[in-house]
Ligand binder design. Structure first.
Ligand code: PLP
Length: 297
């Protein structure tokens, strides 16, 4: 009997995601080969690490016969959008607990979520910071009934498990995987899924992202009980912090689009790619190195 993925009746996903080589004179000068793992092409509504992180969570919710997904996020959160979309495809009710006050009309992200059936509820910023407090979780149970809780950003042990499948899909020889880092879940999974002799390099999109080391360690422990030593994080390419930008990042994105016909997402992949090229041009990678960069969205 042919293998059928558990999701294949409900949604059509491009998995394994495509792997393409990026040819660029800056790379050839340094003797470096760059492969792009195009997770951004997995699905328009469930792209990149959104699907990787949700897949085992959706399966767990279904196995536990829980019909409602509850999750947290800011008003512009792609994670909120993705959970709403996943609910629509897989028949879950969804609730988004949004940081801050309600603003009407809804912005495009929240309007998209509501269109897909998500109920929104709002938490003031102070309570939001304490969103894992038992009292709040009890309140959510009273209000929305038994549900499956997905953390903000979607990073938990099952999300790490989904991301750990990425290296196995890279079918060409490579040495290093590069990935942008927001909460650390994707990096934690990729590093946990690497074969010996390979390493993972994360690029923090947050200012002051040094705390992410502890997060990656925590998530790896939750996933497999131990921490791997095959990864590290670069902190110099945040461009002012989450969703912030600078003219040199804008110029890099425009130049990259002209050279390669690919517009990089400015919040995550563009910062990784800028950092990656900066490191290549600074001679950080030995000639002969093959890098696989994950386009996470
Ligand atoms: C497109 C994209 N890339 C990368 C990341 C960072 O992933 P993580 O939060 O697992 O570090 C995110 C955030 O979830 C994202 O939306």
């Amino acid at each position: 009997m042919a293998y059928q993925a558990w999701w294949s009746r409900e949604v059509s996903l491009r998995l394994p995601s495509p792997l393409t080589e990026l040819v660029d004179d800056r790379l050839s000068r340094a003797g470096v080969r760059l492969l792009l793992k195009r997770d951004d092409l997995i699905h328009p509504d469930l792209p990149g690490n959104k699907w990787r992180k949700l897949t085992y969570n959706l399966r767990a919710a279904r196995e536990q016969d829980l019909r409602t997904l509850v999750t947290f996020g800011g008003a512009y959160s792609n994670h909120i959008r993705a959970v709403a979309a996943a609910g629509a495809y897989f028949g879950f009710d969804t609730v988004g607990v949004i940081r801050g006050e309600e603003h009407l009309p809804l912005n495009r992200s929240l309007a998209y979520a509501v269109d897909r059936g998500m109920r929104l509820t709002y938490l003031d910023r102070t309570s939001y910071r304490d969103k894992h407090a038992p009292e709040l979780l009890a309140l959510l149970r009273t209000e929305f009934g038994k549900h499956y809780l997905i953390p903000e950003g979607g990073s938990n042990a099952l999300a790490v498990r989904g991301c750990a499948e990425i290296p196995g899909e890279i079918t060409e020889p490579y040495d290093v995987v590069c990935v942008p880092v927001g909460t650390g879940g994707t990096l934690a999974g990729i590093a946990a899924g690497l074969a010996p002799g390979r390493s993972a390099l994360g690029f923090s999109v947050l200012k002051g992202g040094q705390f992410l080391v502890g997060e990656v360690e925590r998530l790896q422990r939750a996933f497999c009980g131990s921490v791997t030593t095959n990864w590290r994080i670069e902190y110099d390419f945040h461009f002012g912090g989450y969703a912030k930008s600078k003219p040199e990042l804008e110029a890099f994105i425009a130049d990259f689009a002209t050279r390669h016909g690919l517009t990089l997402d400015p919040i995550y992949p563009a910062k990784m790619m800028y950092g990656l090229f900066a490191l290549v041009e600074a001679g950080h990678f030995l000639a002969g190195t093959t890098i696989a960069a994950v386009l996470t969205g």
